[in-house]
Design a protein around this ligand. Structure first.
Ligand code: DI6
Ligand code: FE
Length: 395
């Protein structure tokens, strides 16, 4: 075994809770977890590190971001503070379309350079896996450019990147008189072209986005290309997008403020993960909360993510999402920590490789300057990370 971290309180996140090993050790070989258990039983390693009682969790997973994008929407936000609504701004050509214009004008290198500080902020909080969506290019070339930029970020930093095609994010102005023609472009050209670059296909099912019928066409094209799906669903209204996603066995349905009991049941039946995005709820000053109690009761796995994007959730703090998940949505400490590890991994289809500390999984760990799991959820704007480990290497 290459390295052993010992004298630690290890939250393995196995089972249904935190999977705590009180006086634990974790051994790594060739970037994978080779041993986890009571420190007294630990095998000998080439290199042993005393964690002095610190808490170790799996590396954090941000399973829903729009990290790559051009421009800023700070001025639109100032308009919203003075009464303009998100929908009014979108219908007036602002919103996603304004970020689209800025993204089209930027080349791949510029998209990477502007996303790096946002990625570094998440890495500084112990994030080892991140999902990054396209969705601001809205042409074949610009959507591919965004996915390439997402992949390039995974080369520029020691972080696992999952790239999601979100061409069905908004109808671009050149198709405003024929949205279905844009859906044809997404289905017939963009999805097939992205198949080797994207890990999943996503859509925005909303009044200002795409109808369930249009999303179904996108999902059929994704299926034909062998790609799993996920969906922004019931963020602002109820269109039964979450039920549609569940009918396609989507990896996740995301936002979910306006889902109903039928959607919850469909998600439970399909094993579709509920990705909750408290940053968007908070920043948009929403008041209608996702039905966490119903999701809990039905056994739907819940994840938390930043939804980092310039319009509705300009945040790069996954730790803050932990606090908001508890404070705004009523998740417990255990549910919050499962939401950015094992459940976030499942929302990305990566639960066989990351998200828990088990033998055979990637050695992605976070060591914290605390012994208490609650400390990671309780504090607001404080980062207790001591060491981030990716594939067994401290970085
Ligand atoms: N829902 C959101 O909150 C983001 N996209 C989506 O489908 C907003 C994206 C933006 O406003 O730039
Ligand atoms: Fe989003």
């Amino acid at each position: 075994m290459d390295r052993l971290w010992t004298n630690a309180r290890i939250a393995t996140l196995t089972g249904d809770g935190l999977g705590l090993v009180e006086h634990g050790a974790i051994g790594v070989a060739d970037g994978r977890i080779a041993w986890v258990g009571d420190a007294a039983d630990a095998p000998v390693a080439t290199d042993t590190i005393d964690c002095e009682g610190r808490l170790i969790t799996p590396g954090l997973i941000d399973c829903h971001t729009h990290l790559v994008h051009g421009g800023s929407r700070a001025n639109e936000w100032a308009m919203r503070l003075e009464g303009a609504t998100y929908e009014e701004i979108a219908r007036a050509g602002g919103g996603i379309v304004s970020t689209m214009r800025a993204t089209r004008e930027m080349d791949e290198a510029g998209l990477v350079a502007t996303a790096l500080p946002r990625l570094d902020a998440l890495i500084a909080e112990g994030v080892t896996t991140i999902e990054i969506k396209s969705g601001y290019g809205l042409t074949l070339d610009d959507e591919i450019k965004m996915l390439r930029a997402a992949r390039a970020l995974g080369q520029a930093r020691r972080v696992r990147v999952v790239a999601t095609l979100l061409a069905a994010h908004a109808v671009p102005p050149e198709y405003w008189d024929d949205a279905d023609a844009y859906v044809d472009l997404v289905c017939d050209r963009i999805i097939p072209a992205a198949a080797g670059l994207a890990d999943a296909v996503d859509g925005f099912c909303e009044g200002i986005g795409f109808t369930p019928g249009q999303i179904a066409r996108v999902f059929d094209a994704a299926k034909a290309a062998g790609l799993p799906v996920k969906l922004h669903a019931e963020q602002l209204s109820h269109l039964a997008g979450a039920s549609l996603a569940a009918s396609y066995h989507a990896l996740s349905a995301d936002h979910l403020e306006h889902i109903n009991d039928a959607d919850v049941a469909a998600m439970a039946e399909a094993g579709t993960v509920a990705v909750l995005l408290p940053g968007a709820f908070y920043f948009m000053r929403e008041t209608h909360k996702p039905p966490v109690a119903a999701l809990r009761e039905a056994g739907v796995s819940m994840a938390l993510a930043t939804d980092c994007n310039p319009g509705t959730s300009p945040t790069t703090s996954l730790l803050l999402m932990l606090n908001m998940g508890a404070t705004l949505f009523g998740l417990s400490v255990t549910e919050c920590l499962r939401a950015v590890t094992v459940n976030a991994a499942r929302a990305l289809g990566l639960h066989g490789d990351v998200g828990t500390l088990e033998v055979g999984k990637a050695a992605d760990l976070a060591i914290w300057n605390s012994t208490e799991p609650a400390e990671l959820v309780y504090r607001i704007g404080f980062n207790p990370l001591c060491t981030r480990i990716k594939d067994g290497t401290c970085i």
